[in-house]
Design a protein around this ligand. Structure first.
Ligand SMILES: Nc1ncnc2c1ncn2[C@@H]1O[C@H](COP(=O)(O)OP(=O)(O)OP(=O)(O)O)[C@@H](O)[C@H]1O
Ligand SMILES: [Mg+2]
Length: 248
């Protein structure tokens, strides 16, 4: 579904990702782990076209997307939610999702007001239901709880009807109970939509419980990849990451 071949990105003297190759199976749920500054967010920025790689190639379903713009890549079916939530603070949940849907259809951001009976209304409610936000449809983004703001960011990505969804630390800033609630919602929506999903996560219990495949990044390189049970006992992963220096 998604293939990276030898992708490298430098920022001045820093090599943020180095020679990264990976393959994701259609419909799979995958985790990326690694210490701070390992290059995890940079990898998402490269896949979504937010930044361009220096070398290497990225493919969706055998189509080379290297060098395409963010908009072109979104239209090819990749959407993402951000490490720092990216919502419209003064729009209600429903308005925000409608705006995201309309932006996908025609790139217009302000027309939703004119579409009182447009199918986008129903579609936005369906997207809200997928993320469990149907109870807060008329609440403004800025008034939502932290967890619901993260869910709204995911809902905005889902409004694009992606085939591949990238979630950058969906449980960031949450207590243990809230984290599990969030990841269970993510798992539920993955099952319902059959998308290919990749999430970045620091909580190892969550990673090992939810992911089918785990990629471990360290200093911009893939240190290991495999099934959770393989990663759990991989000595270089234990030494570099699981043994100490875990963020939370
Ligand atoms: N736009 C940029 N300009 C310069 N340096 C950058 C930029 N983006 C990332 N970097 C650097 O690239 C490296 C990897 O950063 P990245 O944000 O990808 O790490 P991360 O694994 O997501 O870390 P965290 O767990 O803290 O979110 C870091 O050294 C960071 O400072
Ligand atoms: Mg990051």
């Amino acid at each position: 579904m998604l293939v990276l071949k030898n992708v490298t990105k430098r920022f001045g003297g820093i090599i943020a990702t180095k020679d990264i190759s990976m393959k994701l199976k259609p419909g799979s749920i995958n985790a990326i782990i690694g210490p701070n500054c390992a290059g995890k967010t940079t990898l998402f920025n490269l896949i979504t076209g937010k930044i361009k790689s220096d070398t290497g190639h990225i493919f969706i379903k055998n189509k080379n997307i290297t060098g395409l713009s963010e908009v072109e890549i979104t239209h090819l079916g990749i959407a993402r939610a951000f490490q720092i939530t990216n919502i419209f603070p003064t729009f209600t949940v429903k308005e925000s999702i409608m705006a995201a849907i309309l932006a996908k259809y025609n790139g217009l951001h302000n027309v939703w007001l004119r579409f009182k009976s447009h199918p986008v209304q129903e579609e936005s409610e369906n997207v809200a239901k997928l993320t469990g936000l149907e109870k807060v449809l008329n609440i403004r983004g800025e008034e939502l709880s932290h967890g619901d703001q993260k869910l709204l960011d995911i809902a905005l990505a889902l409004a694009m009807k992606p085939k591949i969804l990238l979630l950058d630390e969906p449980t960031a800033g949450m207590g243990s109970e809230e984290r599990w609630k969030m990841i269970n919602k993510v798992k539920e929506l993955w099952k319902k939509t059959k998308m290919t999903l990749v999430f970045i996560e620091h909580d190892m219990d969550i990673v090992f419980d939810v992911a089918q495949k785990v990629f471990v990044l360290q200093q911009g390189k893939i240190l290991a990849e495999g099934l959770p049970k393989e990663i759990r006992k991989n000595q270089s992963v234990i030494d570099a990451y699981l043994g100490g220096g875990q963020k939370r």
